[in-house]
Design a protein around this ligand. Structure first.
Ligand code: G
Ligand code: G
Ligand code: MN
Length: 511
């Protein structure tokens, strides 16, 4: 059956949309937290590097001061000046040893007095600083040598690596912090390495001293950002998960709501929950069952049998009424078609249609298909259009009603007397039957004015040569009155309530 409505969204798509709604705040929030963590770490390494730089500058100030004071003594006899060398070592907290140089030869040392060792200026970064991995006195202990020279003379003062690595360890508590002098670098464990610095992939900060020939680098190993987030942000993560759950729930609810109630009806249509009930229509004189009105029921899995007043308005609004009526006609054809051999006179089958059916010519095909299920000439198909919502005469509707008539399909005005159709209207659409609204039938013997209207309608239909069906016949008195007034057909609880197909077919064989 070709449905003209958009198929409803698949369950799997709805689940995916719900998950996306839930993930959105979590992913978005995590990205923001990640950026925030990177900023925090960057700030932290920068501060660490600045602090370390300041400390190293201060220590080197101390060391350089000793060298400046000793430089004028270079070239003098070692025995004369060695006490001055030792005095600097004693007075200055970071100075470990002092030495004098003449013509690139270390000739006097605070430790040994007169001494002899060649000095290679190339060992010193920018001719000023040498980070050594120990010397013969203390092998494998870091040592930073400061060199000051002037002409043939020079002074070398040394700074113990112990102080340096202490700084690296204390300041760079959480951070990897390194001191670099030329090709050599010192790590917090006090070891001197040669070559390129190890990678500090996260938040690396490198600062160059603008007073001495060294630089410091601070940073974190790979994955530190996530470690930091796991450490510092658990409450924020809980909040994100909360937002995710709320957002997912909202997504779920919005999807459910946006698809109801027409969504629910489309589901029901696909599930075949709309079924026909049949109410007998009897002959005015003989009271023989001569037809039926097909009335839709919604066999809802949870709500049970739902009356059409509750869902037909939604079905019309969404346009679903067209495929729903088509399904109803197909079921009716399948149920009553096989019975058609037993129909004596043309059996009257009333189907309710609405204005939505009159926007195009699809109904013609539906009727043709319906008629094809019955023995030719065994039925009279009557389309009931309620008087409360009459249709505009347009080219399409004129064409529609012409084609329906040429198929032998009849048109009835339902609930006649409750609306306001004019005589012109009845002629324009070539109406075949009037169905008198049950409110007039109910007033027979009770209300003189209503009875008067009823009489007028019956007279009018006779003059216009229209068939007439009285609805809602409940009492014997009403039936007798209508028979006396030559009403062709009657329908009502007196003859039979709307019933399921099996009951109707069963009862039909007894009438
Ligand atoms: O049988 P009953 O109580 O159920 O019908 C209630 C109203 O619903 C009536 O006005 C009837 O015309 C309308 N109705 C019943 N079946 C259909 C249907 O298949 N299509 C339309 N459009 N109206 C229907
Ligand atoms: O399509 P229409 O509006 O004619 O729908 C007929 C409606 O009238 C249905 O809801 C049907 O159940 C109801 N009906 C049919 N016969 C009787 C009857 O004798 N008395 C009452 N009160 N309602 C009836
Ligand atoms: Mn009806």
């Amino acid at each position: 059956m070709p449905l003209t409505v958009r198929p409803r969204r698949k369950r799997s798509i709805r689940i995916v949309v719900t998950l996306l709604c839930g993930m959105l705040p979590i992913v978005f929030g995590s990205v923001i937290l990640y950026l925030q963590a990177e900023r925090t770490l960057q700030h932290s390494t920068r501060q660490t590097a600045e602090e370390a730089l300041r400390q190293f500058d201060l220590m080197l100030d101390n060391t350089a001061q000793a060298a400046r004071e000793l430089l004028p003594l270079a070239g003098k006899d070692c025995e004369e000046v060695k006490l001055a060398l030792r005095e600097q070592v004693t007075r200055r907290p970071f100075v470990r040893s002092t030495n004098l140089v003449w013509d690139n030869n270390l000739y006097c040392s605070s430790l040994f007095g007169p001494f002899k060792e060649a000095v290679n200026a190339g060992d010193y970064h920018e001719g000023k600083l040498w980070l050594m991995n120990g010397n013969p006195v203390t092998p494998n202990t870091a040592l930073l040598v400061y060199r000051l020279s002037d002409g043939r003379g020079g002074a070398l003062t040394t700074l113990d690596g112990y102080h340096l690595s202490n700084i690296l360890r204390l300041i760079g508590r959480e951070t990897l912090l390194l001191l670099q002098v030329g090709d050599n670098w010192l790590s917090a464990d006090g070891k001197v390495h040669q070559g390129a610095l190890p990678a500090l992939p996260v938040a690396q900060s490198m600062l160059q001293s603008n007073r001495y020939a060294f630089s410091v680098s601070a940073g974190f190993p790979q994955g530190e950002t996530w470690r930091y987030m796991a450490d510092a942000y658990p409450p924020l993560f809980s909040l994100l998960i909360f937002f995710g759950v709320v957002s997912g729930a909202i997504g779920h609810i919005v999807q459910k709501r946006s698809t109801s109630p027409s969504h629910e009806m489309l589901r029901a249509l696909e599930a075949g929950e709309f079924i026909p009930y049949f109410q007998p229509v009897v002959h005015g004189d003989s009271k023989q069952w001569s037809g039926t009105e097909v009335l839709m029921r919604w066999n809802h899995p949870k709500e049970g049998l739902v009356r059409p007043d509750l869902f037909i308005p939604f079905a019309e609004h969404s346009g679903l009424i067209v495929p729903m009526t088509r399904a109803l006609m197909q079921q009716t054809a399948a149920l009553l078609g096989p019975q058609s051999a037993g129909f004596a006179t043309p059996f009257h089958i009333g189907i309710n249609i609405t204005a939505s059916h009159c926007h195009d010519l699809e109904l013609v095909e539906d009727c043709r298909e319906f008629l094809a299920a019955f023995m030719p000439g065994s039925i009279s198909l009557v389309l009931e259009l309620t008087e409360r919502e009459l249709i505009e005469p347009t080219d399409i509707t004129r064409q529609l009603f012409e084609q329906l008539h040429s198929l032998g399909v009849k048109i009835a005005i339902d609930d006649f007397g409750t609306g306001h159709s004019s005589l012109g209207y009845l002629r324009k659409f070539n109406v075949d039957f009037l169905k008198i609204d049950q409110s007039f039938v109910a007033m027979i013997g009770i209300d003189a004015l209503s009875r008067h209207i009823l009489d007028t309608i019956i007279e009018l239909s006779a003059k216009l040569d229209l068939g007439i069906v009285a609805e809602g016949v409940e009492t014997q008195a009403q039936a007798e009155y209508l028979t006396a007034h030559h009403v062709n057909f009657m329908q009502g609880y007196l003859f039979g309530k709307p019933m399921p197909a099996a009951d109707f077919i069963n009862a039909l064989s007894h009438h």
